[in-house]
Design a binder for this molecule. Structure first.
Ligand SMILES: C[S@@+](CC[C@H](N)C(=O)[O-])C[C@H]1O[C@@H](n2cnc3c(N)ncnc32)[C@H](O)[C@@H]1O
Length: 242
């Protein structure tokens, strides 16, 4: 296919239109809760209702008492949706600040009537505004942006300041899991775990080189599939604060 300038402009305009459509659709999804103004410590439902969900996700949203897993930087929410199908006795919340990405996972969850799935469009920096002490039982961080430059270290989702926030909302013995293609971010995270004197539970570089130790690692995200197609290897670790 020839990549002419009109073709590229058409693709770009089509992409923008599609994005707008997804944003409009996400606004109507009852399983998506949004924080459109990052300064405002509230989430809003699809009906525009201001929700005070901190400490009340199970009571107000899931209407049960199941443990809550978060997928941070969830993008299209592959872990959120697939783990939810696999573990109906748990609740799953995908978190990302980009609505068009959340659209995909939220739509699948609605179409398949998964009642243990929600999505929150928010900045992870503000996570303690929306979750109370020990409200969360587990965190997955899936293919976060690596921020390779030293001057951007504070934006990495495993920078100590982020870990402090996660610690505030996690139950005492909770497991955090990181899956990434980026070996520098992966080794950086290990060094943070060690310097912060946390408990590294599992660490493996190039997980697909040998049989998988955990079946859930078979779930592959949108970015992961792209990285694998580029011949990159995938890495996975687990750690705890306790
Ligand atoms: C490389 S993508 C990975 C998406 C998905 N986990 C996957 O593997 O396909 C990183 C995602 O992190 C989200 N993100 C980055 N920084 C964030 C932040 N501070 N708060 C919320 N989401 C963030 C981006 O919007 C993007 O969807």
């Amino acid at each position: 296919m020839e990549l002419t300038i009109p073709f590229i402009i058409c693709q770009f305009m089509g992409g923008r239109k599609n994005k707008k459509k997804k944003i409009a659709a996400v606004d109507t999804f009852p399983n998506v809760f949004q924080n459109p103004d990052f300064q405002d410590p509230h989430l809003y439902s699809s009906e525009g209702q201001q929700l005070d969900v901190k400490g009340k996700w199970n009571e107000l949203i899931f209407k049960n008492n199941q443990p809550i897993t978060l997928e941070l930087a969830c993008g299209k929410g592959e872990y959120t949706v697939n783990l939810a199908k696999k573990y109906p006795e748990r609740n799953f919340i995908g978190i990302d600040f980009r609505g068009p990405r959340i659209f995909t996972g939220a739509k699948i969850a609605l179409d398949e009537q998964l009642t243990n799935v929600a999505f929150a469009r928010m900045k992870i920096e503000n996570i303690t505004n929306f979750f109370a002490t020990e409200e969360v039982a587990e965190i997955w961080i899936t293919f976060p942006d690596p921020f390779p430059k030293d001057k951007h270290e504070k934006h990495r989702l495993t920078f100590p300041k982020f870990l402090e926030r996660y610690k505030q909302i996690l139950k005492k013995d909770a497991i955090l899991q990181l899956k990434t293609d980026d070996i520098d971010l992966f080794r950086y995270t290990k060094s943070v775990i060690e310097s912060e004197k946390l408990n590294l539970v599992y660490y493996k570089e190039d997980i697909y080189a040998t049989p998988l130790d955990f079946e859930v690692l078979e779930i592959k995200t949108f970015y992961e599939k792209q990285f694998l197609a580029q011949g990159k290897s995938i890495n996975y670790l687990q750690f705890k604060f306790a």
